[in-house]
Design a protein around this ligand. Structure first.
Ligand SMILES: Nc1nc2c(ncn2[C@@H]2O[C@H](COP(=O)(O)OP(=O)(O)OP(=O)(O)O)[C@@H](O)[C@H]2O)c(=O)[nH]1
Ligand SMILES: [Mg+2]
Length: 298
């Protein structure tokens, strides 16, 4: 069979996580309208075309958006992305059709040329861009001389089968890396933390989405089946704590309820979610805290 590792890379907010979820057919990565949502290399497995006797397995690796780092966290995330390229069989590089190709995209394109793997360029958000914009993007991207060009919409799924064909055609012969039916290998505590973080992101502005990190402290199932989850919602400054809690606790309560409902769907049992908001001053810049939060050094 054909199989291999396929990092999905690009600037923040171009739709990498949305594409991975669309290809896998279930939500393995959180998404948001805010840039720099993804902070881990998240594997999403696509086994097909017929799961009973598969011909291919694509191990997608969703990655953080590559950007000009302003904090130690940013540097660590960028180097995490570049590390994933080392194991790549094929690389998927996304640009956003609704925005002009910029210096950030060109910098990534240059780095990918050095990576030495096949690159499929995806022009995403087809549903949101005019025909003229798409033609412009494709002709500009064609100068990079990558191996294939696929316009698609990660949101609607339009054009995604063509991307699957382009990837599979470039995969080497290889083993089934994951059992059929397994879509991701993230630890449960990480999945829970990400769902909780997602519920805050779209509701926060300015620097706050970046200042937020969620740590699951305890997961325990009681005899009656109820799953008790305790998590810390951590921000960088005292003033941010008030915003996270919201007027009369409203934001914390809305986000908590939404997270609980999602988690009950994922875990298949009733959930009691206890969120505790704390401050770890400037954690994005402090190597020791980043180590503790699981962000590997550059
Ligand atoms: N209209 C439209 N919106 C899209 C499409 N793909 C993604 N989006 C939206 O773009 C925003 C960013 O999507 P993400 O998938 O979180 O982007 P990302 O590249 O993973 O972002 P980072 O993790 O921050 O690097 C979300 O609001 C998505 O709903 C698309 O094909 N069409
Ligand atoms: Mg993402």
């Amino acid at each position: 069979m054909k199989s291999g590792f396929v990092p999905v890379v690009g600037r923040p907010n171009v739709g990498k996580s949305t594409l991975v979820n669309q290809m896998v057919g279930s939500k393995v990565a959180i998404t948001s309208i805010r840039p720099q949502t993804t902070r881990n290399a998240i594997r999403g497995v696509v086994t097909g075309p017929d799961p009973d006797s598969p011909d291919y397995q694509i191990v997608l690796v969703d990655t953080p958006g590559l950007h000009k780092p302003r904090t130690e966290l940013g540097s660590r995330l960028n180097s995490l992305v570049y590390r994933t390229l080392g194991d790549a069989d094929v690389i998927v590089f996304l640009v956003d059709a609704s925005m002009p190709i910029g210096p950030g995209d060109r910098l990534i394109a240059d780095r990918l040329k050095e990576a030495g793997s096949g690159v499929v360029l995806v022009v995403n958000k087809l549903d949101k861009a005019g025909r003229g914009e798409i033609v412009q993007q494709l002709s500009e991207a064609a100068q990079w001389d990558f191996d294939a060009y696929v316009p698609l919409s990660a949101l609607t799924g339009d054009g995604v089968p063509m991307l699957v064909d382009e990837i599979v055609g470039r995969l080497p012969e290889g083993p089934l890396y994951y059992p059929v039916g397994m879509v991701s290998d993230q630890p449960e505590t990480l999945v829970i933390a990400e769902i909780i973080r997602e519920k805050f992101l779209d509701r926060l502005h300015d620097e706050l989405p970046h200042s937020l990190v969620v740590r699951v402290e305890d997961v325990e199932q009681r005899d009656d089946g109820l799953i008790d989850i305790a998590a810390d919602v951590i921000v960088e400054r005292k003033s941010q704590k008030g915003i996270i809690i919201g007027k009369g606790g409203s934001l914390l309560s809305i986000a908590g309820t939404e997270a609980r409902e999602d988690l009950e769907g994922i875990l298949g049992d009733r959930v009691n979610l206890r969120l505790h908001v704390t401050v770890e001053k400037d954690w994005q810049r402090r190597p020791q805290l980043l180590d503790r939060f699981g962000f590997e050094p550059s």
